[in-house]
Design a protein around this ligand. Structure first.
Ligand SMILES: [Zn+2]
Ligand SMILES: [Zn+2]
Length: 334
């Protein structure tokens, strides 16, 4: 009576179930970083995954974790695969029970005194898997400058998943974008925090958020310069944190300093923003003699507390963007 079932169970031993993974409407496959503390979700172009990526190594665009290509399935895809495998196994067992019952019923002699019949009700009949659907498309599509593979992320990314390279140009653009987003979201943050914590906390947080924009900008530009400068030698420690020193290094390397890309009033404005960052980082924002002398900013007296306005952040972003663009072209990285 259960021959079919026993045969099916025998066949299930070592049976493999495969599931297709669909690309999204733009032709991108979902991937997820297997590092437990990261689990960054991203997408890779389906064609490039076949042609450019290698089986040995794939890198996480966010944390640069390195692992063989078969380890990058997303949690969702694995969940889907497990449930599909279970469905298929259940379907096969169920179908074996049905056909067993059918054979049993056929074997019953007609017109016998007692008639017995068996029926298998309900259960799964499907013995094939459904493909794993792709997650929503990601807006930010990136093409690696060195291996030309295409991938997509939400927010930002530092490393190419196919070759692991870190693009200084892209990282810098991302950082400026991130700072701009931080500045632009101030009103939303303020109203959410006012509701949750009250006006004092909200104002305090927003002010400190604005101040970090200056720090972030200066750091991003420093890293950018250090990256671009790699082919020209080793700069002194933190040299690119200081405008004059940085400009002089470029003058030696490229023949041009910052005055090539910024007017003298722009350069002065940049100096003021850099000095403000310095005060925030080292003097808790309290104006000292050094600030007044180095920045040429006459709007403050010694002992006052700096006020960082949205305009300061906007000015810094504009100036760093302009300078960054100029350096990129001059270094042949555009
Ligand atoms: Zn990662
Ligand atoms: Zn690459």
């Amino acid at each position: 009576m259960f021959e079919d079932l026993i045969k099916t169970l025998g066949n299930l031993n070592g049976r493999s179930v495969s599931v297709n993974i669909e690309a999204d409407e733009k032709g991108y496959l979902d991937k997820q970083c297997p590092a437990e503390n990261c689990e960054f979700l991203f997408k890779v172009n389906d064609e490039d995954w076949k042609n450019i990526f290698t089986d040995e190594s794939v890198w996480c665009p966010m944390c640069r974790h390195e692992a063989p290509s078969k380890q990058w399935f997303t949690v969702e895809q694995v969940k889907h695969l497990k449930s599909e495998a279970l469905t298929v196994v259940k379907g096969e067992i169920n179908n074996a029970l049905r056909s067993g019952a059918q054979k049993f019923n056929q074997r019953q002699p007609r017109n016998s005194f007692i008639s017995m019949s068996m029926e298998v009700k309900g259960g799964v009949k499907r013995t094939y898997t459904l493909p794993a659907k792709a997650a929503e498309v990601m807006q930010l599509e990136i093409q690696c400058e060195s291996c030309s593979s295409r991938f997509a992320v939400i927010g930002s990314a530092y490393f190419c998943p196919a070759c692991g390279v870190n693009s200084v140009v892209r990282t810098f653009d991302d950082s400026l974008r991130k700072i701009r987003a931080k500045k632009d979201s101030e009103d939303v943050v303020r109203s959410a925090l006012t509701e949750a914590l009250g006006r004092d906390e909200a104002e305090l947080t927003c002010r400190s958020l604005r101040e970090t924009c200056l720090t972030d900008g200066v750091t991003a530009f420093q890293k950018y310069c250090e990256g671009l400068y790699e082919g020209y030698g080793k700069p002194p420690f933190n040299a690119f944190q200081r405008i004059e020193e940085g400009s002089n290094l470029w003058k030696v390397a490229l023949g041009d300093g910052y005055e090539k890309w910024l007017s003298s009033s722009e350069l002065n404005e940049l100096k003021i923003q850099y000095q403000k960052r310095h005060l925030l980082a080292h003097q808790e924002g309290i104006v000292d003699e050094r600030y007044v002398k180095n920045s040429g900013d006459v709007s403050y007296k010694v002992g006052q507390r700096l006020v960082v306005a949205t305009g300061d952040v906007e000015a810094l972003l504009m100036l760093l963007g302009k300078l960054g663009q100029g350096l990129k072209v001059a270094c042949g990285r555009a």
